[in-house]
Design a protein around this ligand. Structure first.
Ligand SMILES: [Fe+2]
Ligand SMILES: [Fe+2]
Length: 178
């Protein structure tokens, strides 16, 4: 399998969560109230699966390796856009979590921010995935040798084995510092 194989498979699961978030954003708009439980689960998925697992592999392995290559200007520009979109997605996820906590604390004014961050993710993320799937991943494969592709796939599998341990170690460490 190519090293972009697992990344594309992960896209399909992230898209399913984004579909759920889109439906919840429509419901939020209609009913003018948050479903705190769903938002907790959606943010947890997006932060851990989309960001800590998926974006991290893209940036630390694929983008980092491609950065050393003689990529044409258009692919290099797309790569910077993708990194910036990861940052925007992360900010929207944290924005939902923060605004949701404020609504729960009685600051109803922050409802509009929950909805606006959710809409940001719902609009930008499918475009981000399409850009990677259709315009970046495959054209970039020609810049890696087969040995480099195999080694990258192995590093991705290694990362998958470690990431859950890392996430929960950090959670415990955060609690210890409180
Ligand atoms: Fe990405
Ligand atoms: Fe991706």
């Amino acid at each position: 399998m190519l090293p972009i194989g697992p990344l594309m498979i992960e896209h399909r699961l992230i898209e399913r969560m984004i579909t759920l978030l889109r439906k919840d954003a429509e419901r939020m708009d209609r009913e003018q109230r948050i479903d705190a439980g769903f938002l907790d689960r959606a943010v947890e998925f997006m932060l851990n699966y989309a960001d800590c697992l998926h974006h991290a592999k893209e940036e630390q392995f694929l983008f980092k390796e491609l950065d050393k290559k003689d990529l044409p200007e258009d692919l290099r520009r797309i790569m910077s856009e993708l990194i910036e979109e990861h940052r925007q997605a992360r900010a929207a996820m944290l924005g939902i979590a923060d605004a949701k906590a404020r609504v729960l604390a009685g600051q109803q004014d922050f409802f509009a921010q929950v909805l606006s961050h959710a809409r940001t993710l719902v609009i930008m993320y499918p475009r981000h995935v399409e850009k990677e799937d259709r315009h970046f991943f495959l054209p970039c494969m020609q810049f890696l040798t087969s040995e480099e592709k195999d080694a990258m796939l192995e590093r991705e599998y290694g990362f998958d084995r470690e990431v859950l341990h890392e996430i929960y170690r950090e959670k415990v460490e955060r609690e210890e510092k409180k």
